[in-house]
Design a protein around this ligand. Structure first.
Ligand SMILES: [Zn+2]
Length: 133
């Protein structure tokens, strides 16, 4: 049994390593904290205080949250950009407008000759009548 004693690289506590040469810290907590500290110093990331979760996983979920938020934002932006005016939810005013004139369309009837006064025959699609104008 190895009785060699190490000092923790993070908190300085003397401990007996379970795996000699590979272990630098007295506990998982210190290992993670040291790793967080190094990462923080390097990337200036916000301090993540989760001793049991490996920092790499935390970092991934943090950027994952960022990506998800950015993705949602982009999706909303794209949706509003590409939602056509007629596909947007209709307000009461919109419906009233549609009822008044929305479906009314004057179509020139080409096989009816102009009247003597020069007006042409149109078909009103709403009233379904012929109109000269
Ligand atoms: Zn320690």
């Amino acid at each position: 049994m190895d009785r060699y004693r190490y000092n923790c690289n993070y908190c300085g506590t003397e401990y007996t390593p379970k795996r000699r040469f590979k272990q630098k810290y007295c506990s998982n907590s210190c290992r993670v904290n040291a790793f967080t500290q190094r990462k923080k110093a390097k990337n200036n990331l916000p301090d993540i205080k989760k001793d049991k979760t490996p920092i790499t996983k935390d970092k991934m979920s943090w950027s994952g949250v960022g990506n998800a938020a950015a993705g949602t934002l982009a999706t909303n932006l794209v949706t509003s950009m590409f939602t056509k005016e007629e596909n947007k939810p209709a307000t009461k005013g919109d419906i009233q407008k549609l009822l008044n004139n929305g479906f009314s369309k004057m179509v020139l009837i080409k096989n009816l000759p102009p009247r003597i006064d020069g007006t042409r025959a149109y078909f009103d699609t709403l009233k379904q009548v012929l109109i000269y104008k």
